[in-house]
Structures are given as structure tokens and as C-alpha cells.
Design a protein around this ligand. Structure first.
Ligand SMILES: [Zn+2]
Length: 108
């Protein structure tokens, strides 16, 4: 169940970092040939991707860890109806609802 809680932040972090380092590696190879402008642009995109995945993925991961800490300490009163897991609360056109971060069920 903890896998589901951390899956999306980890996927974002790993995919972001992996593609960024791939781009940076390609850019350093392209610099040695005639594709200098493309290499510079690719390097900038790669650096931006490294920073974004660090900030967004890392921040998301830290917020989930903090929520898990609060939940384990018993400071979050409500839990999932089915598994007693950690809930995230949302509001859409149909109204207020909660979604379990551990078993992915939607509850009113
Ligand atoms: Zn649940």
C-alpha cells in the first residue's frame, strides 16, 4: 500500500532525472560536432528538466512523507473506509470527495 502512496512522485522524479541526464549526455556529444546551437538549447532544456523534477518530484515526495508521518502519529483523524489508509481531499463538479492514497478508492 505504501507503494501507491509514493509511486507518482517517484515516477515523476525518475523520469525527469533520467530524461534530463540523457539530454545532457547527448548535448555534450553534439557539442563536439557542428550542432552547437542545438547542443546549447538541449543543455538548457536538460538543466531545466533536472531542476523541475527535483523541485516538483522532491517536493511532492516530501509532502507525502510528511502526511505519512502525521498519519502514523495519529494526528489525521479520518482514514479510508476500506483500508484505514491516508486520504486526500478534493472538490470537483459533483462536490466534495476523498480519495485513498493507498488503495485508490473514492469516498464521499
Ligand atoms: Zn484505502
Amino acid at each position: 500500500m505504501l507503494f501507491r502512496l509514493f509511486a507518482m512522485p517517484l515516477v515523476l522524479f525518475i523520469v525527469g532525472q533520467g530524461s534530463a541526464w540523457f539530454l545532457l549526455g547527448w548535448a555534450s556529444k553534439a557539442e563536439k560536432t557542428v550542432l552547437l546551437d542545438l547542443a546549447i538549447a538541449t543543455r538548457l532544456v536538460g538543466i531545466l528538466l533536472v531542476m523541475m523534477s527535483l523541485i516538483i518530484g522532491g517536493g511532492w515526495l516530501l509532502s507525502r512523507l510528511y502526511k505519512l508521518h502525521l498519519w502514523r502519529a495519529g494526528r489525521l483523524k479520518d482514514g479510508c473506509f476500506y483500508c484505514n489508509g491516508l486520504l486526500s481531499h478534493h472538490d470537483d463538479d459533483e462536490g466534495f470527495y476523498s480519495k485513498c492514497l493507498m488503495c485508490n478508492t473514492r469516498q464521499r
